[in-house]
Design a protein around this ligand. Sequence first.
Ligand code: ADP
Length: 452
Amino acid sequence: MSAAPKPIPQPEVKLTGVFINNKWQESSSGETFETINPTTGQVITRVAKGNAEDVNRAVDAARAAFHRKSPWRTMDASHRGRLLNRLADLMERDANYIASLETLDNGKPFAMSYGVDVPYSVDVLRYYAGWADKNHGKTIPVNGNFLGFTRHEAVGVCGQIIPWNFPLLMWAWKIGPALATGNTVVLKPAEQTPLTALYAAELCKEAGFPDGVVNIVPGFGDAGAAIANHEGVDKVAFTGSTEVGKLIQQAAVLLCWYPGFVHRNIYDKFIEKSVQRALKRVIGNPFDMKTEQGPQIDQEQLDRIMGYIEVGKKEGANLAVGGKRVGNKGYFVEPTIFTDVDDNMTIAREEIFGPVQQIMKFDSLDEVIDRANDSNYGLAAAVYSNNINTINTITQALQSGVVWVNTYNTILPQTPFGGYKMSGIGRELGEYGLEAYTQVKTSIIAVPHKMS
Ligand code: ADP
């Protein structure tokens, strides 16, 4: 982190329009919406409010860019990879500005935007750049006088809808594999955090992606629904809440984490240390490099988290530390720990998405596996142990798309990420992440003389 430059505390917002065909436009209705700085609760700027009509235009542009004779469809696959690498270069060039913009719009500490969000986005783009000319089919020894082979072809126009928790990173996770495999894209950033997605669109243009390959429509759920329901969209990728994911019913990846289980023998000590850690946690201005925890994303989320804390207390969990809003400017919540949490309590079963930890006690491995699996969700889990048998048992038994061992939140471009059960359909990242963006075409060609 020491290498991080000084952030730009008031980054100039340059791009607030709808991005279609490599051009910036107003929304078709002329309407705009406010994007709020969660640190202060003040308006940063107004952004074009895309609606169904804007989605139509974006899809038309993306369809045209996917025409079989278009520059994009006739480009060498390796060149697609070069464009993605160029985009990654541009992101690195502007890393300080982009990270500052992310912190302004999302409120996450600059140390994180600069140290995680931007470089991880760059990594994902570079990873998929490498795949562009390597995701190939097979030649298959078939019966009869035929030559049989497969090609991995682009799906077409991809509608992509992303949330506010990792605005740039989710953008890169969606755009990277889609473009590497030759698709075109209509993406809607979250209404809370549209700014970095829009800036990155301009970088796509600068990198040289042809007109219509990347289109960005900022807006609300209605614009998202228009993307999801559009006949001209061949595939929808969505990251966000279960409720909306169910509405869309396509490739969904949600971000739900397990609550913490701690063995009875170390429970009290663990709580004591956790409370000490929570009390020491530096909350405040996310542009300050010492800040560990910024604000929550908006008033709605703040209210939701405070609501969950009340429910936790009401249902009988013990509030060990925190539980209050910090100040009355911006959307800050104290690091909060609940102990004596029962498996059936709301705070154990629903995702709070805030600085609230629920710590539960367990006695045996079998018991904790059953309790952890008794959930509708299953995105990611982590186990801390030095016992190889415990580790092997639990990594196999947990119904979770990812199991980390003695590490946490380790998400890498090379390994697939996605959830079991209601936490998702499909996988992103890694070679598996290519599957969602390609379809297999079989070719069978009669040959006059077969050589088996
Ligand atoms: P979160 O709780 O992470 O904000 P949401 O599911 O509400 O999750 O939002 C994730 C993304 O889905 C945002 O870009 C949002 O605008 C979009 N969205 C919300 N409602 C719909 C909908 N009905 N159809 C498609 N997209 C939607």
